[in-house]
Design a protein around this ligand. Structure first.
Ligand SMILES: *[C@@H]1O[C@H](CO)[C@@H](O)[C@H](O)[C@H]1NC(C)=O
Ligand SMILES: *[C@@H]1O[C@H](CO)[C@@H](O)[C@H](O)[C@H]1NC(C)=O
Ligand SMILES: *[C@@H]1O[C@H](CO)[C@@H](O)[C@H](O)[C@H]1NC(C)=O
Ligand SMILES: *[C@@H]1O[C@H](CO)[C@@H](O)[C@H](O)[C@H]1NC(C)=O
Ligand SMILES: *[C@@H]1O[C@H](CO)[C@@H](O)[C@H](O)[C@H]1NC(C)=O
Ligand SMILES: *[C@@H]1O[C@H](CO)[C@@H](O)[C@H](O)[C@H]1NC(C)=O
Ligand SMILES: *[C@@H]1O[C@H](CO)[C@@H](O)[C@H](O)[C@H]1NC(C)=O
Length: 823
């Protein structure tokens, strides 16, 4: 230290970068002083411990953060509830191994209060980010920061409970990003029944992970085997905990809970690029604890999401119809524990709350069933462990709560039903079988003819390159695959392959959230755009057809027209009309092209998008939420009429599959509403938010993402709001179109844009209102916008295309910073 002090005196200019003393250990009577900017740095240089202040706060805390990755992410805080208000703090290792944080007057602000004493102790910051106090170098750990997690779960940490000592290692959120004191949310294990982790807001259950099924938690289906870490859940008489280790130490990973209760997971494979999100844990409405009540089942693909399980009806039909599902469902026929009661099988679900469940690892499913039958209050059973075809037994007593359906990888539960219900189900199944038999025999007789016609049709189709409506109808009549109701033209893969020059790179137009888009030309000269969906879709062919069929029925002059689709076992293609003028971003953000869009055209485009979106949200039969509205998804035809593309695909394409691919997250930062980006909650109002961003981008010709201004650190939204408050809105408009602009229209559009990007979804207008506002001539009658959702941003320039939905870099702090802003 003396050496360093000397350095400080001699080279005051160089010191700014080397002011910390680069050691990882302090000994007795040594300390880390805030005023001297002293810190500990782990041996591998990954972690640093020292004093810090959160953003927008001058309070001082002792914390541990990643040294090499900016912005600074603090993973542990010592004195979270007792900040020091000046820079005179000092962390001292006292005799017997007590770490003490003292303020200016040497009063103790925080201390480790180690229960056991250590001789000749040291405090060392390990490469894992764990601060360890141990005695005499004998590995006798008397205290470690990993035993007192704050809001971050690091590799090597045990999250869970020690049943012997009672120590409960749990995560507790910060109060806000500016205040690390104990927040509302906790994430901890409940050791009752089968242990599960729960996220609670002040003791109110928000989410549960489900129990450990040997591979993963049944409510986090994609936590299982993965390339980044190995995970293990240990449960014995002494301890119950979750632990994970990184497979490759040069890839960093962390999990945590944000002040608003989002369980976030981040990965970093290159410190220079910073953190990027890695598979959210809670992703949608169905993850909300108990959203459908008892015996209700949540399926994110359905609308409404909740339905009663087979054999159950809503307890309160009125409430249920009003989408108030809290009261759940009840049996049509109550159980009476008579003979003949049996079980109905539900595959593919997140198993219900198991805190009151009973389990036995040793018995098999058959014994499990018998055990359940013998006890009249047993309502359901399932396999405990899903590995090797399943083993063990879990029994539920009482209501089944918090069930959701998954597309893939869900588990199977067997639910007890009354004898009469079982009879009814057997009957209805029998009937179905009967109905299937008849057509099959008939068709079997003419199978030869069917096949012949089918082959002829196929050849005809090949020759014509793209089948017509009549073809399809004929084909449907004869083709056993056909359902007879498909109105959307089916193309065969080879035709499309030829048209797109075998999906060559030269033909590639771009890459969207669901797959790449190629330009193609049929032999007759018709130009098409082909979206090739990622191969990993877990969706069945029939569901896919259904979705495409639905989308094909959506017709509006501001939506791109669907021409057809192509379905092969491993290929899903969607074929659209080709838009020669490409997308809006190639105009408004391009130095040379922007001049081509004068104000009247821009205003017409804004209105067109608004009407297209209104149609999707309200007027179409499907009520579609687009979820990825952005300039590159607005295509332009010869007359510069805007056409929304990519609509309906979010619905057609499974959310899980998208989430399962780390590089693809639906939505694009810069356009995502706060509640969607942070909570994964999407609604028509998230589209409204994206629309607002789009409006401001069209007016200014600047991207929201990556926007920077020399005078402040607001993003485009913040900038627009600032100028509006200062009465300088007109400065926003792209100087290339200023001369052609009509001031009242510009002002109105800015105001509508800002109203659409309000922080709180209910403050945003719906699209019907937005369309009205845009055409109303009376600006003062519009409501005054409040501050927009996350309008401040750090200025980072990523290598990747800022508007691409793939390759997202982390929202990290750019999402949640709120600045006081102009009043
Ligand atoms: C630490 O400081 C205390 C009080 O000043 C002193 O009694 C003790 O000997 C010191 N211990 C060591 C190891 O320097
Ligand atoms: C500590 O760091 C702060 C901020 O970087 C600087 O202003 C201050 O001069 C430094 N103090 C010492 C003693 O180096
Ligand atoms: C810090 O806290 C002390 C004790 O509460 C108080 O006397 C002092 O004025 C505070 N200092 C500042 C800068 O607020
Ligand atoms: C230092 O801490 C002690 C004990 O917590 C407290 O009584 C005192 O006011 C604090 N002093 C300052 C300057 O904060
Ligand atoms: C670990 O990750 C780095 C960076 O991604 C990579 O270069 C390296 O090959 C990986 N090592 C192993 C053993 O996989
Ligand atoms: C936690 O729940 C309370 C009561 O329902 C609510 O007022 C509060 O906003 C919630 N906390 C957060 C951070 O959402
Ligand atoms: C059924 O199981 C419950 C819960 O384990 C238990 O309390 C009850 O005694 C059992 N009843 C019978 C008849 O075994």
């Amino acid at each position: 230290m003396a050496v360093f002090n000397l350095l400080l005196v001699v080279f005051p200019f160089f010191c700014l970068s080397i002011t910390s003393f680069a050691a990882d250990t302090i000994r007795v009577n040594q300390s880390i002083r805030d005023g001297e900017n002293e810190t500990l740095i782990s041996a591998n240089g990954a972690f640093e411990l020292g004093f810090f202040s959160p953003q927008l706060s001058s309070n001082r805390y002792i914390g541990i953060w990643y040294k090499k990755i900016s912005p600074k992410k603090v993973v542990w805080v010592a004195n979270r509830n007792n900040p020091i208000n000046d820079t005179n703090g000092e962390l001292l290792l006292a005799e017997q191994g007590n770490l003490i944080l003292m303020n200016a007057t040497k009063g103790t602000v925080w201390s480790t209060n180690s229960p056991s004493l250590a001789t000749n102790p040291t405090a060392q910051l390990l490469d894992t980010g764990n601060l360890v106090v141990q005695g005499n170098g004998n590995g006798n750990v008397v205290w470690q920061s990993f035993d007192y997690p704050t809001d971050t779960f690091l590799p090597g940490m045990k999250l869970g409970i020690n049943l012997v000592t009672g120590m409960n290692r749990k995560l507790t959120t910060w109060t806000s990003i500016n205040d690390p004191s104990l927040g509302d949310y906790t994430f901890e294990i409940d050791p009752d029944g089968l242990p599960e982790f729960f996220l609670e807001n002040d003791s109110v259950m928000v989410y549960r992970t489900g129990y450990w099924n040997g591979i993963t938690f049944s409510g986090i289906i994609f936590l299982g085997p993965n390339p980044v870490f190995t995970i293990d859940f240990v449960s014995n008489e002494k301890e119950i905990y979750l632990i994970y280790e990184l497979k490759n130490n040069s890839v960093l990973y962390r999990m945590g809970v944000t002040p608003d209760g989002t369980i976030e997971r981040f990965i970093c494979d290159d410190p220079a690029r910073g953190w990027r999100p890695y598979l959210n844990v809670m992703t949608d409405t169905c993850d909300q604890y108990k959203i459908c009540g008892a015996y209700g089942s949540c399926n994110i693909k359905n609308s409404p999401v909740c339905s009663c399980m087979k054999g159950f009806v809503p307890k309160d039909t009125n409430d249920w119809e009003k989408a108030d599902w809290l009261h759940g469902c009840v049996r049509k026929v109550p159980l009476s524990c008579e003979r003949g009661e049996d079980f109905l099988e539900y595959p593919g679900i997140k198993l219900p709350d198991s805190r009151k469940a009973w389990y036995d690892r040793t018995i098999d499913l058959k014994q499990c069933k018998n055990r359940c039958l013998r006890n009249c209050s047993c309502t359901a059973f399932a396999n405990l462990d899903v590995r090797d075809g399943g083993s063990g037994c879990i029994l539920w007593f009482g209501d089944l709560i918090d069930i959701r359906e998954y597309e893939e990888n869900g588990q199977t539960i067997y639910v007890r039903m009354a004898a009469s219900e079982i009879e009814a189900f057997k009957l209805s199944k029998g009937n179905k079988r009967l109905m299937i038999i008849i057509p099959i025999t008939t068709c079997g007789g003419i199978f030869g003819i069917c096949l012949g016609i089918f082959l002829i049709m196929r050849m005809k189709k090949l020759n014509k390159k793209g089948s017509t409506q009549e073809d399809l109808e004929e084909q449907e009549d004869n083709n056993e695959r056909g359902k007879g109701d498909l109105e959307v033209p089916l193309f065969d893969f080879q035709t499309i392959s030829i048209a797109t020059n075998n999906f060559s790179l030269q033909n590639k137009l771009g890459q969207g959230g669901f797959g790449a888009v190629y330009k193609g030309i049929f032999e007759n000269g018709q130009e098409i755009a082909v979206k090739r969906l990622s191969k990993k879709s877990g969706q069945g062919i029939d569901e896919f057809k259904n979705e495409v069929l639905c989308i094909s029925k959506l017709q509006h002059r501001n939506l791109v027209k669907l021409l057809g689709c192509c379905i092969e076992p491993h290929e899903r293609l969607v074929i659209y009309e080709f838009m020669p003028n490409k997308s809006l971003d190639s105009f408004i953000f391009d130095e040379r092209q922007r001049i081509l869009l004068d104000w009247p055209k821009r205003f017409q485009i804004i209105n067109g998008i608004a009407r297209g979106l209104l149609y999707l949200h309200q007027d179409s039969r499907l009520r579609i939420i687009h979820r990825d509205l952005k300039a590159s998804n607005i295509l332009l035809n010869y007359e510069m009429t805007p056409k929304i593309s990519d609509f309906g695909l979010a619905r057609s394409f499974g959310e899980d599959e998208i989430e399962a691919n780390t590089t693809r997250v639906v939505g694009t930062y810069g356009y995502m509403s706060p509640e969607y980006a942070i909570d994964g909650l999407f609604s028509i109002k998230s589209d409204v938010f994206s629309f607002g961003v789009l409006v401001l981008e069209i007016i200014t010709g600047k991207r929201n993402r990556g926007f920077s201004h020399p005078d402040h650190k607001f993003n485009l939204l913040g900038h627009a709001w600032k100028l509006l408050n200062e009465g300088r809105s007109l400065e926003l408009i792209d100087e290339k179109v200023r001369s052609s602009s009509e001031i009242s229209q510009v002002l109105r559009s800015i105001q509508v844009g800002l109203l659409c990007v309000q922080q709180c979804p209910k403050d945003r207008p719906d699209m019907a209102t937005a369309v009205l506002m845009l055409s109303s001539d009376n600006v003062p009658s519009l409501p005054q916008p409040k501050e927009p959702g996350y309008f401040a941003t750090r200025i980072v320039h990523h290598n990747s295309d800022p508007s691409s939905s793939t390759n997202l870099s982390p929202p990290s702090n750019s999402l949640s910073i709120t600045f006081p802003g102009p009043r």
